[in-house]
Design a protein around this ligand. Structure first.
Ligand SMILES: Cc1cc2nc3c(=O)[nH]c(=O)nc-3n(C[C@H](O)[C@H](O)[C@H](O)COP(=O)(O)OP(=O)(O)OC[C@H]3O[C@@H](n4cnc5c(N)ncnc54)[C@H](O)[C@@H]3O)c2cc1C
Ligand SMILES: *[C@@H]1O[C@H](CO)[C@@H](O)[C@H](O)[C@H]1NC(C)=O
Ligand SMILES: *[C@@H]1O[C@H](CO)[C@@H](O)[C@H](O)[C@H]1NC(C)=O
Ligand SMILES: *[C@@H]1O[C@H](CO)[C@@H](O)[C@H](O)[C@H]1NC(C)=O
Ligand SMILES: *[C@@H]1O[C@H](CO)[C@@H](O)[C@H](O)[C@H]1NC(C)=O
Ligand SMILES: *[C@@H]1O[C@H](CO)[C@@H](O)[C@H](O)[C@H]1NC(C)=O
Ligand SMILES: *[C@@H]1O[C@H](CO)[C@@H](O)[C@H](O)[C@H]1NC(C)=O
Ligand SMILES: *[C@@H]1O[C@H](CO)[C@@H](O)[C@H](O)[C@H]1NC(C)=O
Ligand SMILES: *[C@@H]1O[C@H](CO)[C@@H](O)[C@H](O)[C@H]1NC(C)=O
Ligand SMILES: *[C@@H]1O[C@H](CO)[C@@H](O)[C@H](O)[C@H]1NC(C)=O
Ligand SMILES: *[C@@H]1O[C@H](CO)[C@@H](O)[C@H](O)[C@H]1NC(C)=O
Ligand SMILES: *[C@@H]1O[C@H](CO)[C@@H](O)[C@H](O)[C@H]1NC(C)=O
Ligand SMILES: *[C@@H]1O[C@H](CO)[C@@H](O)[C@H](O)[C@H]1NC(C)=O
Length: 642
């Protein structure tokens, strides 16, 4: 196959309303005329559509999987960007098809596997290998009963290391034409393993790291500074670029998460959320390659339904985003605090501990009303975040608590009523205070760079709930513990007593703070607009559990009366944050997308009628199933229609 199939054309984009210049890498597009009849041809309207759609995606070892010479042709077409990566731990195993056993390299990877191995910079390694299926773990690093073998399992088979829009278009066209499962990997942070897929071709966006400041971007009522960022830009890059220009930008608390990837597309919460809303609310326009291979601009005036859907409707569902334009804000003095109290540390009774914890939550409306965001951890027992223990001595740690735009004196004043209330309950808190001239040093004073972050435990599941204003309302205490703060605290306590740890956030990304551009806002789960907290609950199972035991444990946690159902009952009518959630969330459509689901599904069908894109628990995923080898919710199996 000749390389002239890739004649980069500067295609006329046909719209005067495009505000941001395209990046150079986006001007390199696939010319439809030059690929007619090839394996990377565009969707052709005359082709038979759904009548002939196969039940399953092609799978290695089966007849419909493209032959080696087809992959070689694709490789030639992609000019060296098609990779066939082996799992990093394959160096630990003799007799694999990879044939790359290397004791020294294995010792190295074993030592860094759990903690410092840089998964974000690797074409296939995810942060949560559990969803891969744990088919290639360094000996001694995995669960006790993991196989001493290494296979490709739930890892993609081929990866396109994209550096142009044409690479993305070619990958999408190939996957669609050849019925190959397509996945997208950015950093691999996804907590449900959505950047994985057995028998797949992966679009790896990590290299699209351009950042450009637009000093005055005007669109649909917004007028001000903005950053045009490539799909691979991570929080640390954006935070730094903003600080360099005396600006701030919305990112999460983990500085290696990919901003235009799963973060902004899935919602995106931030220490700035109480002031400026969600990550998705920052998006002013975006570029995307859709399932038909077209490169499009979606904005308040172009493909407006797609623009609405991508901002909150989730990654790997509507297309491959290549860049976004995001709001930026003037930098500000930032005060930070931390607060700790616990049964043992504060020498208080268990009852007093829970009264203090309820006092903290009762102030969320006031804190967020003053623009104060924060993160909290609730440990069921000091120093041991697991295991039911009747003598548990719980502890709450609020770290960090941000007063962006506040001096230290202003922050102290803002929280004084609560601090007094805690003192009144006889709770001595460990407190730290600091003030910084700008946001960047304040962020890094509290949130350690997690670029070298480790792997999520193999024996852990998690679920999450948005806590609505009503569910934290003190007033509802009067007349019974059937609603409001008391009921929510009762649910917290019941979960903590079973040994579950909590990690949550105080924030209020209301429509007033978020102000998304566009004719009809965006697809962020409506429950976020009424939320004062997003709270994640973790559950660990004994390492030696079999697949069936794990499944029983996980179902019980997700759906059983004594698991997340307790918090669901206390926050009835709220929802769950799709990007930090349980893959077994019952009625995920309602929980993750709420009243937006019907419209999101219609837009999914319009732009991706044949199911090129799939993400577990994503929009339209109920029509597909991954047939995993051991029936656990992993990506280690063939993807088929149901
Ligand atoms: C340690 C840690 C801390 C976190 N902290 C926060 C936080 O503070 N706030 C918060 O909101 N979230 C947080 N998250 C959750 C995070 O936002 C999600 O995991 C998110 O999906 C990561 O996006 P990614 O693109 O970096 O990761 P990936 O796993 O690479 O991608 C995530 C999903 O998006 C898809 N995707 C990626 N790029 C594209 C693209 N260009 N076009 C279309 N689809 C794409 C992928 O296919 C996948 O489905 C945290 C996660 C971890 C592990
Ligand atoms: C669609 O297919 C027909 C028949 O193969 C071909 O003549 C036509 O050029 C194709 N169009 C595009 C846009 O690929
Ligand atoms: C094919 O898709 C169209 C539009 O989505 C739908 O109306 C039609 O019923 C489908 N046909 C079959 C056979 O599934
Ligand atoms: C392939 O890469 C080489 C070296 O970077 C470059 O010179 C050539 O133009 C590329 N070919 C295509 C079709 O992109
Ligand atoms: C060990 O890992 C480090 C860091 O990733 C790397 O620089 C080094 O080359 C590795 N050594 C071997 C023997 O693989
Ligand atoms: C472990 O090996 C057994 C037997 O070969 C196989 O059935 C099972 O799927 C493997 N498990 C994993 C996680 O690879
Ligand atoms: C991916 O492509 C970039 C250039 O775009 C290159 O620098 C990098 O080394 C490639 N990575 C791999 C693993 O091939
Ligand atoms: C930004 O652009 C808008 C519209 O063009 C204009 O009204 C506004 O004054 C500009 N702001 C600055 C600071 O230049
Ligand atoms: C405060 O922190 C110190 C040092 O970390 C610890 O020893 C002490 O128990 C803590 N006290 C309270 C009340 O949290
Ligand atoms: C803890 O509190 C009890 C009374 O509530 C008191 O008797 C005891 O001295 C306190 N211990 C410490 C170390 O402060
Ligand atoms: C927070 O509480 C203080 C003290 O009760 C009150 O003066 C202030 O108006 C409250 N602010 C908000 C935004 O609720
Ligand atoms: C609500 O909780 C408070 C503090 O824990 C408690 O004093 C009160 O009795 C509870 N109210 C009801 C109705 O349960
Ligand atoms: C979960 O796994 C970790 C690490 O392998 C282990 O330390 C911990 O004890 C396990 N938890 C349970 C409840 O077995």
């Amino acid at each position: 196959m000749s390389s002239n199939l890739l004649t980069w054309g500067l295609l006329a984009l046909g719209s005067a309303t495009i505000q941001a210049e395209l990046f150079d890498f986006e001007r390199k597009q696939l010319d439809p005329a030059s690929v007619v009849g090839s394996m990377v041809r565009f969707e052709n309207g005359s082709a038979p559509a759904n009548t002939t759609l196969p039940t399953c995606k092609a799978f290695p070892g089966q007849l419909d999987w493209p032959r080696d010479d087809v992959w070689r042709e694709l490789a030639a077409l992609l000019n060296g960007t098609l990779l066939r990566p082996a799992p990093v731990s394959s160096v630990c195993f003799h007799g694999t098809p990879y044939g790359n056993y290397d004791a020294a390299a294995c010792a190295n990877i074993s030592a860094s596997w759990g903690t410092t191995f840089v998964r974000m910079d690797h074409p296939i390694e995810p942060v949560s290998p559990m969803f891969e299926g744990l088919t290639c773990v360094p000996p001694g690093s995995g669960p006790a009963n993991s196989n001493n073998t290494c296979t490709q399992g739930g890892y993609p088979v081929y990866v396109v290391n994209v550096s142009t829009a044409a690479h993305v278009q070619a990958a999408v066209n190939f996957a669609r034409n050849e019925n190959v499962r397509l996945v997208i990997k950015n950093t691999g942070h996804d907590l449900s393993g959505k950047s994985l897929g057995a028998g797949s071709l992966s679009v790896w966006t990590h290299g699209l790291s351009n950042i450009e400041l637009i000093t005055n971007y005007s669109i649909d009522g917004y007028s001000g500074p903005a950053f045009h960022v490539g799909a691979g830009v991570q929080a640390k890059d954006l935070l730094k670029a903003a600080a360099d220009h005396k600006l701030m930008a919305v990112t999460g608390i983990c500085d290696s998460v990919g901003i235009p990837g799963g973060y902004a597309q899935g919602g995106g919460h931030s220490p700035l959320s109480a002031l400026y809303g969600m990550g998705a609310d920052q998006v002013l326009s975006l570029q995307v390659v859709t399932a038909d291979g077209e490169f499009r601009t979606a904005s308040p005036t172009e493909d407006t339904d797609l623009f609405w859907a991508i901002r909150g409707g989730g990654g790997s569902t509507f297309g491959v985003v290549t860049s976004m334009v995001l709001k930026a804000y003037p930098d500000a003095t930032t005060a930070v605090a931390t607060f700790d109290w616990g049964v043992r540390e504060s020498n208080i009774s268990l009852e007093t501990y829970w009264e203090g914890t309820a006092s903290y939550f009762s102030h969320f409306a006031n804190f967020t009303g003053q623009g104060l965001s924060g993160q909290f951890f609730l440990y069921p027992q000091e120093g041991r975040p697991q295991g039911a223990d009747p003598n548990a001595e719980p502890r709450t740690s609020v770290t960090p608590f941000f007063g962006v735009g506040k001096t230290l004196a202003q922050l102290k004043h803002a929280v004084q009523p609560w601090v007094d209330e805690m003192a009144g309950l006889g709770i001595r808190m460990n407190t730290t205070w600091a003030e910084f001239p700008s946001f960047y040093p304040a962020y890094y004073s509290q949130l350690v760079p997690t670029s070298l972050g480790g792997v999520m435990p193999y024996n852990m599941t998690y679920g999450s709930r948005l806590l609505s204003r009503a569910s934290l309302a003190v007033d509802a205490q009067r007349g019974g513990d059937t609603g409001g703060l008391n009921a929510t605290m009762a649910a917290f306590r019941a979960l903590a007593e079973q040994g579950h740890m909590f990690n949550g956030f105080q924030l209020a990304p209301t429509l007033a703070t978020g102000r998304p551009v566009g004719p009809d806002g965006n697809a962020v789960l409506p429950a976020w607009r009424d939320a004062l907290s997003h709270t994640i609950v973790f559950a660990l199972w004994p390492e030696e559990y079999s697949a069936a035991q794990q499944m029983a444990f996980r179902r019980d946690f997700a759906m059983g009366r004594h698991g997340m159902q307790l918090l669901q009952d206390a926050t009835l009518g709220s929802g769950s944050y799709m990007s930090e959630s349980d893959q077994l969330e019952p009625s995920f459509q309602e929980a993750f997308f709420g009243s937006n689901y019907v419209r999101l599904l219609a837009i999914k069908r319009k732009y991706d009628p044949h199911g090129v894109f799939f993400a577990s628990t994503g929009v339209g995923s109920e029509f597909w199933k991954v047939h995993s080898v051991d029936d656990l919710p992993t990506e280690n199996g063939q993807l088929c229609r149901v």
